[in-house]
Design a protein around this ligand. Structure first.
Ligand code: MF3
Ligand code: CO
Ligand code: CO
Length: 283
């Protein structure tokens, strides 16, 4: 079994073979295609429960597997995190009142101006494709639009730092230095992760750090970069459902996630949007 011969670095990071890139490419494409299709389901009056139902049906229709259903007791095919929900928002659960809402809406129905992150992970032939992106309901507030742009740019700057010989600290620094120069903050309580034939593997991919810190990047490493950026303070708290993470100061939060593989000269993004819809204002 090739598994037993796989090289693992001293930091516990698996080095995959050339042929393994094909598996990740397939899994990443399926996840990205599903997120492309989600766009038309995000509108005023839709519910996050309906969006998750669509994602579950689409995963079934394609004959692939949801990595999140049954993961640590999680029951849904996606995480849908609206407004000041940082990550792991549960589809179908009431959207928490933002600091701009006087009364809780008490349901999962989207209203004009909401922003949401939808995060999908599928397993295709044993390979994990994990990606998330932002969606806008109706007309966004200018500050929400700016948060989305900065978070997207932060991910792309992190990805631009990926090449053999650079370090994970270089990725974190590229993200943190950009975000903080925009007077926004990087969430510390959640990070990216190695993946491949498993969902979450070493290393923890921090979205903050110092140049040259952490493990050295090598060709064949597979991992996610998935920065969460807040308009206010970086601290989070988890609600009593044990999943939903919100900003402590109830400021707006955004996130984008790609799964990538390190190549000889840089990296390959496995979860590029086939319809070029990764950013909500594209396509
Ligand atoms: N897809 C998330 C990530 O980026 C993990 C979600 S786990 C779940 O790592 F159980 F909350 F779905
Ligand atoms: Co991830
Ligand atoms: Co994810």
């Amino acid at each position: 079994m090739e598994d037993t011969r796989a090289r693992i670095t001293k930091d516990g990071i698996r080095i995959y073979e050339d042929a393994d890139f094909a598996g990740m490419r397939q899994a990443g494409r399926v996840a990205a295609e599903i997120l492309d299709m989600v766009a038309s389901h995000v509108k005023v009056g839709a519910t996050t429960g309906q969006i998750d139902d669509f994602i579950r049906e689409e995963i079934e229709r394609r004959g692939v597997i949801s990595a999140t259903i049954g993961y640590k007791g999680y029951q849904h095919a996606s995480c849908i995190s609206a407004n000041h929900v940082v990550c792991h928002g549960i589809p179908g659960s009431p959207i928490p009142a933002s600091k701009h809402e006087k009364t809780p809406r008490g349901n999962d129905r989207l209203v004009d101006g909401d922003i949401l992150n939808v995060d999908v992970t599928v397993i295709v032939d044993g390979w994990y494709g994990d990606t998330s992106r932002m969606y806008i309901v109706g007309t966004p507030k200018p500050f929400a639009m700016r948060l989305i742009d900065v978070t997207h740019e932060a991910l792309m700057r992190g990805i631009a730092a990926v090449r053999p010989g650079n370090t994970f600290g270089d990725i974190g620094f590229a993200i943190q230095s950009f975000v903080e120069a925009q007077r926004m903050s990087v969430v510390r309580d959640f990070c990216g992760h190695g993946l491949g034939r498993v969902f979450h593997a070493p290393p923890n991919v921090l979205h903050y750090g110092r140049p040259g810190a952490e493990a050295v990047l090598e060709e064949g490493m597979f991992f996610t970069i998935e920065p969460m950026v807040n308009l206010g303070r970086p601290e989070t708290k988890t609600l009593s459902d044990d999943w939903t993470a919100i900003t402590r100061d109830k400021s707006l939060s955004a996130q984008f996630e790609h799964s990538i593989g390190v190549t000889a000269t840089g990296c390959e993004i496995f979860t590029l949007s086939p319809a070029n819809r990764f950013h909500p204002t594209w396509g």
